[in-house]
Design a protein around this ligand. Structure first.
Ligand code: SF4
Length: 399
């Protein structure tokens, strides 16, 4: 069945928490304090399926359970297949470990010169600044360390990491991630941004965060002021389904954008969440309307207990094919696989190119039409007495 949505409607309001004063609802510390973190709390609001109850009873051995009241409102409590529910409420499938699944599938630990720092590409580092998130995604690549449910004992060493970056003049790009960096206090975040800005060879600072999605109240004027002061700071948010695009998220993206933060989105392709071209098209359109450029669509990493989320790569290619040429180019994310074992991100594209010879490249467009683009300079032509330069470009339909 195709996905349809009311494009003019944006969810907003306090939902189940009408009785809370608006000033508390809008306070991010209130949201954090009132997160749903136990199966008992969940069952006060909804009836769990047997599969969910089994998942919840083991959640804290793998990845903690936590959902902000704001985000909980987006769950359809009557529908076990709700795409928001699938992302946040543990299921028994998490306990099944399949062949090929790994705790650290990207070998981040193997590329970590200092606790909390991953240096895989020569000019970029990943700086894991915390193991905490506002809510926990059941498919998290870093579930080995995030929330510390697996006793990973993660202690980022900020000063050692900063000194490493200072000493490595080839590092021009620092990505702050975790866990979620925007859970740090403004003071800690300012310390990190100020120190990074002092390092002359660091040209590009970016943050990976799902806070705007789980806790848009955290995007305060004070936080935006930090981004203005130490900018440009780029940000990748993480939205998987159009239901997550609420009025609060739209307004948070606007505040970030007005503070000079360029915004991109990373989605993970997840079974039963967004493995559908209509869902993905609705999502990318909403993102553009929120000033967010769809950036990556990730094939899910080979995380332990993730097989119930796994989508066939051919489905991902079908989704990209349904977007490319059928909607605005800005709306089409890059579909990538982060190569298992630490090979880096590799774009996976539908095959538009049929053949390349020394003379031409033969390719198909989004409607399946076949085209040729000549690679050799064409013969000079004359027009109105003038000689045209050699090497002019012509597209010839060669049906
Ligand atoms: S917000 Fe990011 S780091 Fe945190 S659980 Fe979700 S995917 Fe993992």
């Amino acid at each position: 069945m195709s996905y349809t949505e009311d494009r003019a409607a944006w969810f907003e309001g306090q939902g189940l928490w009408q009785h809370i004063p608006e000033s508390e609802w809008r306070d991010w510390t209130w949201q954090l304090k009132h997160r749903i973190t136990t199966v008992e709390q969940l069952e006060q609001f909804m009836t769990l399926t047997a599969e969910e109850r089994a998942g919840c009873s083991h959640a804290n051995e793998k990845l903690a359970l936590a959902i902000t009241p704001y985000f909980f409102n987006l769950i359809d409590r009557q529908n076990p297949d709700c795409p928001v529910r699938r992302q946040l409420i543990p299921r028994a499938g998490e306990l099944v470990i399949s062949d090929g699944e790994m705790l650290d599938s990207l070998d981040e630990d193997g590329h970590s010169p200092v606790p909390g720092l991953v240096h895989r590409y020569p000019d970029r580092v990943l700086f894991l600044v915390t193991d905490r998130c506002a809510a926990y995604c059941r498919y998290c690549t870093r579930s080995r360390l995030v929330s510390n449910a697996q006793h990973y004992d993660f202690h980022p060493e900020y000063e050692r990491a900063l000194r490493y970056i200072e000493a490595h003049t080839e590092v021009r790009d620092v990505l702050l991630s975790g866990g979620d960096p925007l859970l740090l206090s403004d003071k800690k975040l300012e310390h990190l941004l100020a120190r990074l800005r002092e390092i002359k060879h660091v040209e590009f600072i970016r943050i990976g965060s799902r806070i705007p999605v789980f806790l848009p109240q955290r995007i305060t004027p004070g936080l935006c002021e930090l981004f203005r002061k130490y900018g440009p700071v780029w940000m990748s948010i993480h939205v998987n389904h159009p239901k997550e695009c609420t009025e609060e998220l739209r307004a948070a993206c606007e505040r970030l954008s007005f503070a000079g933060v360029p915004l991109g989105n990373q989605s993970v392709l997840l079974r039963g969440v967004n493995d559908d071209a209509d869902v993905m098209k609705a999502l990318v359109h909403r993102l553009l309307r929120m000033r967010v450029r769809p950036y990556y669509l990730y094939q899910m990493d080979l995380i332990t207990g993730g097989s119930h989320f796994k989508v066939d790569v051919r489905k991902g290619l079908e989704i990209i094919r349904a977007l490319r040429g059928h909607t605005t180019g800005y709306a089409v994310p890059q579909y990538v696989i982060d190569a298992p074992g630490g090979g880096g991100k590799v774009p996976i594209n539908p095959d538009y190119v049929e053949k390349i010879t020394d003379d031409e490249v033969i390719f198909r467009n989004y409607e399946g039409g076949r085209f040729s683009y000549p690679l050799k300079p064409g013969k000079p032509k004359t027009a109105g007495g003038a000689t045209l330069p050699a090497g002019g470009v012509e597209s010839i339909v060669v049906h």
